[in-house]
Unconditional design. Structure first.
Length: 268
């Protein structure tokens, strides 16, 4: 009788019921944790972006606290949305702009043809965020632009800091990339990043002129940056990224206006 009752309790139906119940409980716990942690994740994501922008603009010290990062960002940085086609600022709130959503919306983005798509990003949004950095007296000091393009293994995302002249590099930081460690992954090596400082993006005719040089750039060449040792393909991808974003389909129209003095009276 006991053996019969035990076999009856071990039916497939009861086993499945227990499994399903456990799955539902686990799903509820995971979903609850995801919902509960979402605000904190978004806050951390924003903080990471603020840290990266301050870093490329030269305003991040090693021991700065989270509170100091937030305070410094608010005090010194003005986020703006840029209309790429016209090179003018949009009146829309940058905080409400979702880049991923805009890429999926055919009214907010465009498909790039092969000739245009040097960075191999396929689509480009009509609006992009950028950040204007003031000095302590409130005058425009730095322009931070977001650029990205396909690398050897992944999409590579960077911030580029320019002087207020719209021509001179003050800093570069690849904050997200999946290139080979020790080779293409050296795009964020401080030594390589430093090679960009002071380089000119445009020639005297206003045409994009920055180039990555395999085998070493001449130190007196204002337009040349040493290529990454052993990572020619990744270096080429960086070149492609700059060729696109400095051109007419990227920040070209805006930077021409900057170079003509459009922001000389401040960030407003």
């Amino acid at each position: 009788m006991k053996n019969h009752r035990k076999k009856h309790n071990d039916t497939i139906g009861k086993t499945l019921t227990v499994v399903v119940a456990l799955c539902l409980v686990c799903s509820a716990l995971v979903s609850g944790a995801a919902v509960g942690l979402k605000p904190r994740q978004q806050e951390q994501k924003l903080l990471d972006k603020q840290r990266a922008i301050l870093d490329v603009a030269g305003l991040l010290q090693p021991e700065i606290t989270t509170q100091e990062i937030q305070q410094r960002f608010i005090a010194r940085v003005t986020p703006r949305l840029l209309e790429l086609n016209s090179g003018d600022f949009s009146v829309r709130d940058p905080a409400q702009f979702d880049h991923a959503q805009a890429l999926r919306d055919v009214t907010m983005s465009i498909a790039l043809d092969k000739e245009q798509d040097k960075a191999k990003i396929k689509r480009r949004t009509n609006l992009v965020p950028l950040w204007l950095v003031n000095d302590e007296q409130g005058a425009l000091e730095t322009i931070v632009l977001p650029v990205y393009g396909l690398g050897l293994w992944s999409m590579m995302y960077a911030f580029v800091a320019l002087d207020s002249d719209g021509k001179t590099v003050k800093g570069i930081s690849y904050y997200s990339q999946g290139e080979t460690p020790g080779l293409g992954g050296e795009v964020n090596n401080p030594a390589w990043r430093h090679r960009w400082v002071g380089k000119k993006l445009f020639d005297n005719q206003g045409k994009p002129a920055i180039r990555i040089v395999k085998g070493g750039a001449h130190p007196d060449d204002p337009f040349a940056v040493d290529g990454l040792a052993g990572a020619t393909l990744t270096s080429n991808c960086v070149q492609n990224t700059f060729d696109f974003w400095l051109g007419d389909s990227g920040f070209g129209p805006f930077l021409k206006k900057v170079q003509a003095g459009a922001l000389q009276h401040g960030t407003q």
